[in-house]
Ligand binder design. Structure first.
Ligand code: CP
Ligand code: NVA
Length: 306
């Protein structure tokens, strides 16, 4: 099998995603029943982190161990990666000693260059532009609660960041709609909107209108990692882009609330919403584990049948 990477959400097509979601369901059931499943015995995952993480590190490291393999953590502080070793050289060396690599970094270009020089699959664990593993877990979570996401409407409230961009990509692949509302000046970049086509994406100046009748309301921090210098300005600019109980009422009582976490209660979401009955944020976080196990299985072994 040719090397398959997961650098952007649309690296997987609808058929591959359906397979991964099926496998996720089965792998999750085995895990919950304490059944051993070790298809990746002796395989090694290298995880490279240039930014902080709780969920991504935990879910990849625990996930690889639960599949019978092992995981090695590298960061820029303690490796040569932070001392100017070219990413192409790092990719050659790291991919000769491992079976799969997960990278969390800044520009998407860095992970693309790594992948171009890698002998093994490379997975995007978050870049400034995309967070495909997050949306894999989010869509699986949606399916678990409400069935297929096809034709449904997701309301994105807040910053047009990596998570938002990935929702827009996913909408194209899986045929659902995204209503985006950002403060002025923080809109989805036009070239990205063109890239994703216009069929599945609509922009709203009023966040309430974006949320009206939505099947899922979701948001993220006002300031993403790497943009901390803009923190004060963003707190002012994003003040009215908060998911609160009124917004969830406008969406409707069956609408779900999601947040990739970590969250700031009182900023992008109120405590009563994130801790309330429509919120599925803990399922969402847990499903990072199960979906990524299915993803690693697929990238390393292809379409395993149950
Ligand atoms: N949602 C997410 O990727 O969380 P971490 O930053 O903790 O990995
Ligand atoms: N948009 C956030 C997501 C964190 C998981 C960030 O990039 O910091």
């Amino acid at each position: 099998m040719a090397i398959k990477h997961f650098l952007q959400f649309n690296d997987l097509n609808a058929d591959e995603l359906a397979h991964i979601f099926d496998r996720t369901r089965w792998i999750k059931e085995q895990f919950k029943a304490y059944q051993q499943y070790w298809p990746l015995t002796d395989r090694t995952l290298v995880m490279i982190f240039e930014k902080a993480s709780t969920r991504t590190r935990l879910s990849f490291e625990a996930g690889m161990q639960q599949l019978g393999g092992s995981a090695i953590y590298l960061n820029t502080r303690d490796s040569q990666l932070g001392r100017g070793e070219p990413v192409e050289d790092a990719a050659q060396v790291i991919s000769r000693m491992s079976d799969i690599v997960m990278i969390r970094t800044f520009e998407q270009e860095i992970i693309e260059r790594f992948a171009a020089n890698s002998r093994v699959p490379v997975v995007n664990g978050l870049t400034n532009e995309y967070h495909p593993c997050q949306i894999l877990a989010d869509i699986f979570t949606y399916i678990e609660h409400h069935g297929s996401i096809k034709g449904k409407t997701v309301a994105w409230i807040g910053d047009s960041n990596n998570v938002c961009n990935t929702w827009l990509q996913a909408a194209e692949v899986l045929d659902f709609n995204v209503h985006v509302s950002t403060p002025p000046g923080y809109e989805v970049e036009p070239e990205r909107a063109n890239l994703y086509g216009t069929d599945h994406y609509e922009e709203f100046t009023d966040p309430m209108e974006a949320a009206r009748g939505a099947d899922l309301v979701t948001t993220d921090v006002w300031t993403s990692m790497g943009f901390e210098a803009e923190n004060e300005e963003r707190r002012r600019d994003f003040h009215d882009w908060q998911v609160d109980a009124d917004m969830m009422r406008i969406a409707g009582k069956d609408a779900l609330f999601m947040h990739c976490l970590p969250a700031h209660r009182g900023e992008e979401v109120t405590a009563d919403v994130i801790d309330g009955p429509q919120s599925v944020v803990w399922d969402e976080a847990e499903n990072r584990l199960h979906t990524q196990k299915a993803l690693m299985e697929y990238l390393l072994l292809g379409k395993v049948q149950a």
